[in-house]
Design a protein around this ligand. Sequence first.
Ligand SMILES: [Cu+2]
Length: 499
Amino acid sequence: MKAFLQSRRGFLKTAVLSTGAVLVPRANRFSQAQTSNSLPDVRQSKPADYTIRIRVSPIEIASNRIISITNYGGQFPGPLIRLKEGQPVTVDIFNDTDVPEQLHWHGQMVPVDVDGAAEEGTPYIPAHGKRQITFIPRPAGFRFYHTHNRAGANLAAGQYNGEVGPVYIEAKAEAGNYDRELFLVLKEFEPTFSRGGDMPQNFLPPVTVKELEEQGESAMKASLAKGMPKGYEVGYRSFTINGRMLGHGEPIRVKQGERVMFHVLNGSATEMRSLALPGHRFRVVALDGNPVPNPASVPVLWLGTAERVSAIVEMNHPGVWIMGDLDDDDRGHGMGIVVEYAGQRGKGQWIKPAPHHWNYLRFAKAGASSGVADETLDMTLVKDNAAEEGFNRWTINGVAYPTGEMAPASFHLKQGRRYRIRMRNASDDIHPIHLHRHSFELTKIFGRSSGGVFKDVFMLGGYQQAEIDFVANNPGLTLFHCHQQLHMDFGFMTLFDYL
Ligand SMILES: [Cu+2]
């Protein structure tokens, strides 16, 4: 492990909080180091660079608060996996649980048999079995791995569990104007169902489409008039950063003048998250691991489910602070971590930041137009309130991806063409929209053209419309879905194939 770390940019110190320990590669092909435990297993075709074990085990999220969850390697978050762009890597994935598993390499442009989605045709990692995969990590930047099992009504399955871990893919030449980097994984535990409940989304610019609003509101009224209750939503009892509730675990210790790169991942199954550090600003340099054309400083980060933000904070406001979620209730139940300056003592202080809109356009190329697409795919997104045994059913152009089944592709791509997806959200819910195996460019959001911001998840607000472009450059079945687990599991999913 030591040799591995030293082989990267020597001038930077890498620090990971204790719960996000670096995974020890079994055979270190990067440094050519041989260790006594790297002897090849004769049963497998090649020695693996990494081993991931999926298991159920107790995880202590606060003093004497110990939950039992499925996780990676007996810890939460899963071990940080560092890869090198373009350099093949072999990973052994052991599934020590009773349930077949899918491990998705979120944000990477990998083949279908590696990607980790049964709907695309990735083989399952059998219960009490193993899969070995080899792939070429790309593109560089902050990615992650997580389960892609559907959970449905089972709050002990899918991403309600602890199956989330960060991945960092190093570029061939890595620029870094900072002193050290930290990975933060935001995650809630102990989920329960409730009827209805509103997801906050007033942090997005309030640019809604009247026609969509009328459609959504009248459908909801009609449903309630028929005596339907509101569909189930999920809430949580405990909230953590890197697997620890606020006030438990080690603080982040900083020195005045230090520039800290935070790689923040929202590992939630269902929630949108915010993060602020009183008296400090975040200079956002990458979204979903992709450098933005126009880095800008903001007081608050907002992340939809599965989104990542890489932001540099200059530590220039000594004290002991709570870096946490804006929501008092969520922060009160653990969504925060203490930042402590050297030589400072005392309890962490929280100061509520001024209201602020989170707008992706802020990081876009100034004055950029959206370019020209070869073809536009229209998608209207609709909620059928409580239509499936009390759960909201979600449709794309009137079609719900069937629960518990596989469906054929609904959209057909030609390799090399540039596609524009025009999404119209006829629901009041916010949707973290995700495309597998490709990245997309935000080309029109909040009614404005945009360019240069490439992502793999973006938040489409209630009754909003947006356009994203992607190039069909990675043949094979490709899943497109809402990353909100409840939405995905109850229909909000479709497949692209290549003709
Ligand atoms: Cu959704």
